[in-house]
Design a protein. Structure first.
Length: 382
């Protein structure tokens, strides 16, 4: 069966690899990262980055299982592709002991037997001396199978293995779909068409450009801040894990340790939008990706970083825009819109670390295979 995967980002690239492994003929359609974002008119991907957090702990069954399944395949994917994308630097989640968020994480640790250390106050300060924590903080530290993934490199790895297995790549974006008795015809921006037996739509926040309001989802603007540090400062911070701080007010700012970016410089990255700013139309999304993000959010995040690591020696700061896409049930839309058109998108800010398993589930759906029962469990509070 010939299956076209629309969207060459993290989920789409993974789906293409898994579909090839299942024996299908695959065409992966999606543009490369634009060399100049300010001039790009097409859809953007949210994987244009060098560092994202990966961890096994999550309070919801779906995301915990997806994380563990994906992480378990990282090294095999690296070996098969020859592309390294996983840095096993560890992950720390910390918040007030006894809070709802930390109780849920401890329940996940126990239920899924996730290997991690439980640290409190003095132990936490001694183990991670860079961070300033409030009294009464509980930390759950995953020292293995957790840390940082390079999303750009991970996409390259997925595509390399898919192409080695026979997948075809079309570097263009789809502007429309036409379903008929002979299959699904994809209309491309360049004016050409492509026909396949089935299509899997994995276009993230830009899905409305193809499907309109066929499925409910929300896309929110996100601003990230990069803190440049020197080689010496990065060496001083050696051993720092990723951190997600679960604050009493419900916010969950995150940070990554020093990561080397394509410009050769070392940056700590932090994000923590306080308000969900909705982006509705494809044009709003494009305009947002062309921007440097929200200055007010950046200022707030800057303050969070300086409070969390008071000793940090910062050379410069910069910002970037990104988006997160959510469904009402807080799990991706693995949906059959017809006998020929299927979807796999909306990872709720968890897409990078989980993308290999999300792509596998999308591949199962598009090929007509059943999904596991846990893949439909909503990840929302009761």
């Amino acid at each position: 069966m010939h299956i076209a995967v629309i969207g060459a980002g993290m989920i789409g690239a993974a789906a293409a690899r898994h579909l090839v492994a299942m024996g299908h003929r695959v065409t992966l359609v999606g543009p490369d990262e634009p060399p100049e974002a300010a001039r790009w008119e097409g859809p953007f991907g949210s994987h244009y980055d060098a560092g994202r957090i990966t961890r096994q702990l999550d309070p919801w069954l779906f995301w915990s299982r997806a994380s563990r399944a994906s992480i378990a395949r990282y090294r095999r994917l690296e070996a098969a592709s020859g592309v390294r994308f996983f840095s096993e630097v560890g992950s720390l989640m910390a918040g007030p002991e006894g809070s709802v968020q930390m109780d849920r994480l401890e329940a996940t640790r126990d239920r899924d037997a996730v290997p991690c250390e439980t640290l409190r106050d003095a132990e936490l300060a001694a183990r991670f001396p860079w961070f300033a924590f409030e009294p009464g903080t509980l930390g759950l530290y995953e020292g293995t199978m957790a840390g940082v993934v390079d999303p750009r490199a991970m996409v390259r790895a997925q595509i390399a293995v898919a192409e080695a297995g026979g997948a075809q790549r079309v570097r263009d974006h789809v502007t429309g779909l036409d379903e008929g008795a002979g299959g699904v015809t994809l209309r491309l921006a360049a004016g050409e068409t492509l026909t396949a037996d089935r299509a899997l739509v994995a276009t993230g926040g830009f899905t409305r450009a193809l499907l309109g309001e066929a499925l409910p989802f929300s896309v929110y603007a996100r601003t990230v801040v990069f803190f440049e540090v020197s080689e010496a400062e990065a060496a001083r911070l050696a051993g720092m894990p990723t951190l997600i701080a679960l604050l009493p007010n419900g916010e969950d700012p995150y940070m990554l340790p020093p990561v080397r970016y394509p410009d050769g410089k070392l940056y700590l990255k932090m994000g923590g939008d306080r308000v969900d700013r909705a982006l509705g139309t494809p044009q709003e999304l494009t305009d947002w990706f062309r921007s440097p993000g929200d200055a007010e959010v950046a200022g707030y995040v800057d303050g969070l970083m300086r409070a969390r690591i008071p000793s940090l020696q910062i050379l410069s700061t910069s910002t970037a825009a990104c988006v997160t896409t959510y469904t009402p049930r807080n799990i991706p839309h693995f949906t059959a819109l017809s006998d020929r058109i299927y979807t796999a998108f909306a990872a709720g800010g968890r897409g990078a670390k989980n993308s290999d398993e999300l792509g596998r589930l999308g591949a199962l759906l598009a090929s007509g295979a059943p999904l596991p029962d846990w893949a439909s469990e909503p990840a929302v509070a009761p």
